[in-house]
Ligand binder design. Sequence first.
Ligand SMILES: [Zn+2]
Ligand SMILES: [Zn+2]
Length: 345
Amino acid sequence: MRALVKLQAGPGLELIDVPEPACGDWDVRIRVLRAGLCGTDLHLQQWDDWAASQVHPPQIIGHEFFGEIVQVGAEVKELKPGDKVSGEGHIVCGYCRNCRAGRRHQCIRTIGLGVNRDGAFADYVVIPVENVWKHPADMDPDLGAIFDPLGNATHTTLQWPLVGEDVLITGAGPIGVMAAAIARHAGARHVVVTDLSDHRLELAKVAGADLVVNSARTRLKEAQKTLDMKEGFDVGLEMSGAPAAVAEMLENMNHGGKVAMLGLPKSDYAINWGRVITHMITIKGIYGREMFETWYLMNSMLSTSAQLRNAVRSVITHRFPAEEWAQAFDVARSGECGKVLMDWS
Ligand SMILES: [Zn+2]
Ligand SMILES: [Zn+2]
């Protein structure tokens, strides 16, 4: 089968023929039809310190996908060939305290699909049955391919009640844009999105942001005035990993504000702890998706709201055949895009 592989410890990727993966008794083999490109994949291609610490070549990368089951293991009862599915990319141990308490997203031994084991940028991928999410038979393959990052956006955005709240989202990458759509859907009053790219801010606007702010030109204090806000934001969703964005977010939160942090910073940085303390701000780190509460929420929100479906779909700006993977990676790296998909069908 075709697979996009990290062949050796260093920069680069190659599309090569490899043997099809074997399907164990508790596994499901999936024909990949669509796959989404993620910042993680760019790190793996480029081979930074993080990538070097995680990946053991040769390894197939990729974790965001939609496909059709072609084979189920002997012990798999609930799923069958022909089912349309995506996969939860975090494979957990099942034995640690958090796993046994049902908090599987907090597993201390999480294995990442396409990072720590062979992934989904291939004709076929094999994952444990408990990581499979079955879609309705008529699921749009493009939407199915982005359930992983939509899950990040959903899990982050729905940390706290948003009805009537003023929500600030820093970072208008695909997850930030989808977060704007979900915050709008969930009943926020004002949804404000910041970024340094006008192109990305335009996507956020289309997805449902009331006001977009280019941090290179405009300060959030002015944005608050534009919206006639008097006291600051109630909820902050940090999607950029940029220290300057975090600093400005903290400067603009109301007393008792709540901040969910998803964007990963490149390195350690200082924040204004005095402000966090005196403004009684709650800061919570977010990683992955809740298994599988987040997946149920995504399914029910998308199946009941055409507006949300359209808003989420609008984040997909580019589609490439798998053979043109290199162009797909170039576009994703340029930043002048939303979500980039690869067609493996
Ligand atoms: Zn991803
Ligand atoms: Zn565990």
